[in-house]
Ligand binder design. Sequence first.
Ligand code: GLA
Length: 667
Amino acid sequence: MRRWQGDGISFGGDYNPEQWPEETWSEDVDLMRRAGVNLVSVGIFSWALLEPTPGRFEFGWLDRVLGLLHDGGVQVDLATATASPPPWLARQHPQTLPRRADGVTLWPGGRQAYCPSSPIFRERSLDLVRAVAGRYAEHPAVVMWHVSNELGCHNVHCYCDVSAEAFRGWLRERYGDLDRLNDAWGTAFWSQRYGDWAEINPPRAAPTFANPTQQLDFLRFSSDEQRAQLRAEREVLRTLVRQPVTTNFMIGLGVKHMDYHSWAADVDLVSNDHYLTAADPLAHLGLALAADHTRGVAGGAPWLLMEHSTSAVNWQPRNVAKLPGQLRRNSLAHVARGADGVLFFQWRASRAGAEKFHSALVPHAGPNTKVFREVCQLGADLRALAEVRGSRVDADVAILFDWEAWWAVELDSHPSVDVTYADRLNALYGALWRAGVTADIVHPSADLGGYRLVLAPTLYLVRDADAEALQRYVEAGGTALVTYFSGIVDANDHIRLGGYPGAFRDLLGVRTEEFFPLREGERVHLDDGSVADVWTEWLHAEGADVLASYTDGPLPGVPALTRNAVGDGAAWYVGTRLDEPATDRLVARLLAEADVRPAAPAPSGVEVVRRRDGDRTWLFAINHTDDEVRVAATGVDLLTGGRCGGELGLPAGGVAVVREDRADGPS
Ligand code: GLA
């Protein structure tokens, strides 16, 4: 692991100078200095310019760009430039093009038009990495390497013949022989038994539901193929360069198909791209969740926000612009949750191409704009936060998250289409956010020992070892909550027999004999006043205490909320989809039982998070409301230099980062 070195918080964005005449470049560097930009990503989509014809490289323009940046004191995260192949690759080798499940070929003209399993793509892209890394390994501006770009964003699933052969190879590795594959895939069902590897294909368009384990394995394979590109590029880089290597993940964008938990070990630092769902007035909750999840993937280490937007994007149905102050709140919320760098897509707004209406640090209207002024202000803010770099985020709560569980729970032919992976995750996370409590979003195999409370939303697929770890966590005194449709299947998507929720039955002290999903819009009531919808189940308490039961719906009198005392801890189960007030009440009870407190007492709508480095702590307070608020804090606000002694006044939309006084006196 190579260390990501740096002074203070990194600040900048994707820089695409090849879209502009050279005269613009010096102005760019001048404006970067004015804004306080100190890190830019260069060359991400430059393959066609760097290698205009196969095997002939042209580096002159990139030499000049890197020289200008270096002279201006701006550091570079240099891309391997493999993100999107030039049109000549597909012309020369049409078999490198990706194919959809219905057989349609995806052509160049957009980006990422390559089959992830293509040996030709792999070879040509690695030639490029060798050429770029060989030339710039020692360049004094280059401090980091950026593999590809958002691997798998558009081409994660390819169903072509090359992919089919690669899938068979992956399955041979996983299962060794066909008998094991047939067992794992349950091929006794519907006459699916395979007698020869050559009979196996990706789950291409079929007359009806494809085998679920085949689908699940194809999703695993597809994530692994993208990861293989990352690893192959990284291996080349490791032999040629000494700087740390990253690639930008897409955690929290609803991007489902890359298992970043398994990828994290392949990068020296985790970096992430995040864009608000702009139409959502509570998009800052999604931002916070994405940031907490990125930190979880990074194992708690500081991470880099590789991309977000200064204002609107171009790819949502209605690209709502950010209001004054929102850019600052968004950026500093990422820093609060562990980012040591804040970068954007992109430096200068394009004048041509599909992203010409995407915001940037320098808008079409130029620097005399609200956006550029806010960018300069952010640069100053981040300089003031330099001392925060390297610190970690305090969190007493863990939420378990597993990409494989996400893939499995959303396969077809399940009891209700209304059960989605994000639903209970968002609901529980929202309740914690409203309570001012920070959570780490971690894989079920993570060490849970340091947490006071662990939440397991919709953990449909769970491995034996991870279920046992949760049991041990509770026995040792932990508090856990499991929500409905968890523990149902093993890693092969086979039902755990004997009653639901299979893997968690003993831990929870309950046994469900049948699911009773609700009709669309149907609601049920519980005898503690809670309202719920979507899901109920015929549950028997077998050791657990019943905390609430249904008063109506298909199962009046049947338990809906239970608590089981186990060892020194307790395991709670909720068998229905509580609405927001009921979820808030449930989470408040769990926080009280586990003795979890907010980072600081603050009014609702104010985000509070604490970063810590040894005995030094910083309290971030972000006011998402339209009113001035008061937050309990003692220390110095690094953004204003002002002292607060017990209480901090925070204007509507304002942010404070308080270096807190240490117990032995003011810092
Ligand atoms: C992604 C990509 C960028 C750009 C932005 C637009 O994050 O990495 O190249 O397309 O989206 O929001």
